[in-house]
Design a protein around this ligand. Sequence first.
Ligand SMILES: CC(C)(COP(=O)(O)OP(=O)(O)OC[C@H]1O[C@@H](n2cnc3c(N)ncnc32)[C@H](O)[C@@H]1OP(=O)(O)O)[C@@H](O)C(=O)NCCC(=O)NCCS
Length: 196
Amino acid sequence: MNHGNNNYTIKDIRFALLNKLPYEYGLKLLEWRNQKFVRDKMFNDKVIALNEHIEYIKKHGNNILIGFNNEKPFCVINFIYYDVSGIELGYYLIDNELIGSGFGAIMEFFSLCYIFEVEKKIPCVFCRTLESNSSVVNLHKRFGYSFVGKGITNSKTYILQRICNKDWIKAKPSVEKLIKKIMKVDDFDCLDMFIV
Ligand SMILES: CC(C)(COP(=O)(O)OP(=O)(O)OC[C@H]1O[C@@H](n2cnc3c(N)ncnc32)[C@H](O)[C@@H]1OP(=O)(O)O)[C@@H](O)C(=O)NCCC(=O)NCCS
């Protein structure tokens, strides 16, 4: 992947829970999620209707983070709690042009910071990624996830990966270096990044 074509200035990254943002973000979320390049990577690749979406955000608004770069939204992160033992993480960049610019790695890093250092409710995170989406499977691997198995949902084969708190503690120093390099900062505190 070419990381040299990044025309985006990455600065002042922040994440906010959807429920803490003005209502219009709920509607924007539907637009972002219905883009073809996002749907193509999801188990449900149909265009989602407004009524279906409203039900979804009523139920999950507290488990959806929107990422902002200098106040401009760039990603969506969502969590589904299984039970006390785990959580399933999903995410996507909201602009096709951001792909390959380092924002994916930023989103991955802060998803894990949020779960393990802000929320601190569960020991392990699971991700189901379409087998064909190898860049995401590799991104997870690089951030400390291990392979659990394969499965099928909606006739699509997925790779199941898991990262637990102890894996995050081990992986964090090296991936944090990468994130500092991408964000061009000397230091940051993960806990300052969230408006929750
Ligand atoms: C998946 C997705 C988030 C990946 O985002 P991305 O912008 O391509 O990710 P990045 O640019 O951060 O690239 C990730 C890779 O670059 C590395 N990287 C990024 N910037 C770097 C830099 N400046 N220097 C060194 N490495 C860098 C990452 O560690 C990772 O390694 P790789 O090149 O070996 O793959 C994005 O493609 C997307 O939103 N797709 C649509 C939805 C989707 O697939 N969601 C996931 C569903 S499970």
